[in-house]
Design a protein around this ligand. Structure first.
Ligand SMILES: [Zn+2]
Ligand SMILES: [Zn+2]
Length: 347
């Protein structure tokens, strides 16, 4: 007999070990919190890093998962914006709303920020309770599965395009056409991009890039910088997004920029690369770090999805139940880099 209600969760018990099925207390709802019955939780590459100890979690055991959508089950006494049954999605940072960074709308640097599924228990569970500040209503047209994934990769791409001040009529080079790249492409299209170059070495990804309307460039066959310079009559691109995290693509992204061009750094690496400062000065190039996303960017993403301008049906391609075995199998595939699809857990 339990003295509290329990729920199912799939947890990381020990770093470098498979996740396990657990029964944990069902979260309580206090003050300004919303209890969400989770309908979809995305499995992200960073979850695999946490499991492997590459990125560290704050506690063990922990319920991983930061890409969450579901239905409101219960609201705390101070919540007026939501009611039971509302379809919602969840920002992956729990932020205070009061500190210096929150006050200026840069919540990703909140002094008291906690990341769901890293600092606190996350979405591989039946329920989660979170402050209503980070909860958004989901348009009826957007599925739980797509919304969950949008909370991470699409939000990251949106922030990168905002940080690099991408304008209608500009050209864009996307280095790495995986899930992030596809989101960046669709968003840039919605923002009125002129030409979008998709650089990758995977023929399948390049094929889908071409089908979507991007200009595919296989970096195995040609030097992407030479190719883009040729296609732009030596001008280069206004914005390049580096989504891979390799010195090689960082170098290419820097060299391919036009005058006033901006390079957005998104792919994570600590490896340095060389910058020709003469070129950077003479062309007034900018190199811009892009970290996470802002709360204010989420409603824009949901609007664009509602308008049909964001379509994740090619990105979210697999669903698994809330069970340790199939989730561990997805981790194994992600680790081998075999899987560039997104898998969503459906509790
Ligand atoms: Zn993620
Ligand atoms: Zn804050």
């Amino acid at each position: 007999m339990y003295l509290y209600e329990v729920m199912k969760a799939v947890q990381l018990i020990e770093v470098d070990k498979d996740l396990e099925n657990r029964e944990v207390p069902k979260p309580e709802v206090k003050g300004d919190e919303v209890l969400v019955k989770i309908k979809a939780a995305g499995i992200c590459h960073s979850d695999v890093h946490y499991r492997d100890g590459v990125g560290s979690v704050d506690k063990l055991p922990i319920t991983l998962g930061h890409e969450i959508a579901g239905e409101v089950e219960e609201v705390g006494p101070n919540v007026t914006r939501f009611k039971k049954g509302d379809r919602v999605c969840v920002n992956y940072m729990i932020t205070c709303g009061k500190c210096h960074f929150c006050a200026k709308g840069s919540e990703q640097f909140c002094e008291k920020g906690n990341m769901i599924g890293k600092n606190v228990d996350g979405g591989y569970a039946e329920y989660i309770s979170i402050p209503s500040r980070g909860v958004y209503k989901l348009p009826d047209s957007v599925s739980f599965e797509h919304a969950a994934v949008m909370m991470c990769s699409t939000a990251t791409s949106m922030h990168a395009l905002k940080k690099t001040r991408f304008q209608p009529g500009e050209t864009l080079a996307i280095f790495g056409f995986g899930g992030l790249g596809v989101s960046a492409f669709q968003l840039a299209k919605a923002f009125g991009a002129r030409d979008i170059y998709a650089i990758d070495i995977d023929p399948d990804k390049l094929k889908s890039a071409k089908e979507m309307g991007a200009i595919p460039i296989n970096a195995k066959d040609v030097d992407p910088v030479e190719k883009i310079m040729e296609l732009t009559n030596g001008v280069g691109v206004d914005v390049a997004l580096e989504l891979v995290g390799l010195p090689l693509t960082l170098d290419q992204g820097t060299r391919v920029l036009a005058r006033f061009g901006r390079l957005g750094l998104v792919g994570i690496t600590r490896d340095p690369w060389e910058v020709d400062s003469y070129e950077a000065i003479c062309r007034e190039k900018e190199i811009i770090g892009c970290s996470d996303h802002l709360l204010s960017e989420l409603p824009m993403i949901l609007d664009l999805a509602d308008q049909g301008k964001l379509d994740l049906s090619n990105v979210v391609t697999k669903e698994v139940p809330l069970e340790a075995d199939p989730i561990n199998e997805v981790y194994h595939q992600l680790k081998k880099f075999k899987a560039d699809f997104r898998t969503v857990i459906k509790p």
